[in-house]
Design a protein around this ligand. Structure first.
Ligand code: SF4
Ligand code: SF4
Length: 186
């Protein structure tokens, strides 16, 4: 059985690049099986709806404009190279299972490697830290009820993402046939 600590290190430790590589490997070797074993498509559909509700609310609050003007300011936006460190292999796997083409798209030393110049963050389901991040500028810009609704919609999606992530993690540490596939040389 794969040691829990080794698996945790592969998923959450290492470098941004090694976590991407492990997420891609999990998807290549286990994607179909995991989808069957977990019935994850139902959860992903629910998450897509939750993500759309959140995105619509953010649009209503004009947060895109706040972030766009912030991103071109001298201090830049918050999607920095260090924030890329918040990505883990299971977030990457969940996005791959949802049909997102996960790859590095940004090679600036200052910016997150998943920040596309054309379309913004490539992830449909962002790393939990990124999803949960409401900076001071946003808190000042948004009124009380708008902010409460933003936090509520974020919490709903966060809860679903966490549930799916833990489901995948539990399967990976307990299912020996999945582990054999991950470590097989094909
Ligand atoms: S979340 Fe805040 S820091 Fe990040 S880009 Fe938007 S306004 Fe700027
Ligand atoms: S929101 Fe996306 S682009 Fe921004 S730091 Fe997080 S992963 Fe990177």
């Amino acid at each position: 059985m794969v040691n829990r600590i080794i698996l945790q290190e592969k998923i959450y430790g290492g470098t941004v690049e090694s976590r991407l590589a492990f997420g891609l490997l999990l998807f290549r070797k286990l994607g179909k099986l995991l989808a069957e074993l977990t019935g994850i498509s139902v959860a992903l559909d629910r998450m897509r709806t939750q993500e759309k509700n959140l995105a619509t609310h953010m649009q209503d609050l004009l947060l895109g404009r706040v972030c766009s003007s912030c991103a071109v300011s001298d201090s830049g936006g918050c999607c920095s190279r260090s924030m890329a460190g918040e990505t883990d292999s299971l977030t990457i796997l969940i996005n791959l299972l949802a049909g997102v083409d996960v790859a590095q798209v940004n090679y600036s030393p200052a910016e997150c490697c998943y920040l596309s110049a054309a379309t913004g963050c490539i992830f449909t389901f962002k790393p939990i830290f990124c999803l949960n991040y409401n900076c001071h500028r946003i808190k000042v810009q948004v009124n009380g009820s708008g902010l409460r609704q933003l936090e509520k919609l974020t919490a709903v999606l966060l809860g679903s993402q966490y549930e799916v992530e833990m489901l995948l993690f539990r399967l990976l540490i307990t299912n020996e046939s999945l582990q054999k596939k991950v470590t097989s040389g094909d």
